[in-house]
Write a protein that binds this ligand. Structure first.
Ligand SMILES: [Zn+2]
Length: 287
């Protein structure tokens, strides 16, 4: 029996909870800074403390993110996201938890996705709590920074890019358009910030009800995702991991598949007989 046979057996039995990470979105052009090709990220990730406490750090974040957003906004779901949606529509998936902030599961036709680290396409005011779309903020930022253009050399999964400090100095950041003075922050969980407790509890509840946990494209480096694998293992729930390269959950895995997700997942959905989901972003046009 091959590893794909074992995987198909687990997923085909249904009640699977998916836990996905950056490796699922690399084939959509969003780099995985922890994966085999990404190595270490080019600069330290912004922490919540630096973002809220240091106006220069905040300006640097928004200037880089303003450029990186174009790439994230253009990204479309890949074959892996579409295969997950097929498995869900076939009634085999009891829940989807993602560490990704790109919204691509939902764009692929999946529903009820728990976005553990939030969504990059939403912006929150830290004073009044108002939520606005990133598209709207992008329009305001472009108006406030006419002609701001720099070479996008490298984009991290959180939409951050490399940009010389000199180019950042003149960038104008914006406050909340509703209360007028509130600090705006992408509605994602920064380093140094904790995931809301209710969201974590929802994820544990999903995992505890699952017949199997399917990890897709995560090296499980951070405890934020790894704790669900540990919980499943503790409860005797089988853990299947599809990821390129080793993960920190390998010791708990019933089966490991170390191959590209865009190849493994459609083959898995075909084999189980999950029909295609039509009319979603990234779907190849019918001929
Ligand atoms: Zn506000």
């Amino acid at each position: 029996m091959t590893e794909i046979d074992v995987l198909a057996g687990l997923v085909g039995a249904g009640d699977v909870v998916v836990l996905s990470g950056a490796g699922l979105s690399t084939e959509s052009g969003i780099p995985d800074y922890r994966g085999p090709s990404g190595a270490a990220r080019r600069h330290t990730p912004m922490t919540y403390q630096a973002f809220t406490g240091d106006p220069d750090a905040r300006r640097r974040y928004w200037a880089r993110s303003h450029l990186g957003w174009r790439l994230i906004a253009r990204a479309v779901p890949n074959a892996g996201h579409r295969a997950v949606a097929r498995l869900q529509h076939a009634g085999l998936v009891g829940g989807i938890i993602t560490q990704n902030v790109d919204g691509l599961h939902t764009a692929a036709g999946s529903s009820g996705v728990v976005e553990l680290h939030g969504r990059l396409d939403e912006v929150i005011c830290l004073d009044c709590g108002n939520l606005t779309s990133r598209e709207e903020l992008d329009r305001r930022l472009r108006e406030a920074n006419p002609g701001f253009a720099a070479q996008v050399a490298h984009v991290n999964p959180d939409g951050d890019v490399d940009l010389p400090d000199g180019a950042v100095a003149g960038f104008r950041t914006l406050d909340c358009g509703v209360c007028g003075t509130g600090m705006l922050k992408p509605d994602v969980v920064f380093f140094g910030e904790t995931v809301p407790a209710s969201r974590v509890a929802d994820c544990f509840a999903l995992v505890e009800r699952a017949r199997a946990l399917l990890v897709l494209g995560s090296s499980l480096t951070v405890m934020s995702g790894r704790r669900f694998v540990i919980r499943a293992a503790k409860l005797g729930i089988p853990v299947a991991i599809v990821n390129q390269g080793p993960t920190r959950g390998d010791g708990h895995a019933t089966v490991r598949v170390d191959r590209p997700l865009g190849e493994v997942l459609p083959a898995l959905a075909d084999r189980i007989g999950a029909p295609a989901v039509s009319g979603v972003a990234g779907e190849p046009a019918a001929v």
